[in-house]
Write a protein that binds this ligand. Sequence first.
Ligand SMILES: [Fe+2]
Length: 302
Amino acid sequence: MKNIDGLEITENISSKRILDIKIKDEIINELTDLFKRFDLTAIEYKPFTRFTVAKYLDDLTNNELSKYLNNILRDRKTGCFIIGPEKLTGDTDDIFLVKLSTAITHLIGLPNHDSMSGKFYARFHVKHEDKSDSYLRKAYSNLDLHTDGTYVKETTDWLLMTKILEKNAEGGESVLLHLDDWEHCKELFNDPAGRENFIWGSPKSKNVDYKVEHPVFFEDSKGLPQISYIDQFPEPKNMKQGQFLQRLSNSLEGSQNKVIIKLPVGFALVANNYFWLHGRRPFKENDLLIRELLRIRGHFTK
Ligand SMILES: [Fe+2]
């Protein structure tokens, strides 16, 4: 296992493909001071400050962290990590977590514009009551396995999800599936229907006023399978496409090799978006349920 001063790196208990990275207090204490040089407005209004906070974090690890995170995300064998402060304190509040998430993503690449929030990041709640138009905020429904960015033009190489707050939550675990662990990957990847162009739209809340066309499956530079798929947004144009999507959905949800993760508050889950799928189990009903998440999606820059 990689050794970087100030970090505790271990293999995740549920999957050897996922690395757990705890940032020790010594780094967090310095970071909280450094982060105070910029308020959230500066981070939001001035894109270069986002790289400045990222450099603070990298400098505290002798510039080892950026290399390490990039290696994990691009390595087909892993492609996923969980990272967060060893301990949460009064200083590691929601604003700190926004800055930390900003720093991590700017060590990996560049975030895409998030149309739902109009910023490079989006914060959103999952609560007992919901009137929205997508599964994202439906606490008591399964959020099926999917990748992000299926209905936008931007390349979405990776995604980060940080748990900012959670109260009265039972269930709601993250569910992940690596393509190479999926029992029917080869069969569906080799089905010609999966290589046809599908039309992908999105509901109103996403604020994307165009549709895109792309297949479900494509190949990486080595010919290995990659996927861009979500259940709610493809618009099948005939029976063949409809049946293919149903078969794909059944097969993904039926996989025995899904990884279940209980993400602690303060931690971010970061995954390669073209060979890992993600979803969420339903929560147990509770009037007082509240979870706040932050998400950033982006692309590699080198
Ligand atoms: Fe997602």
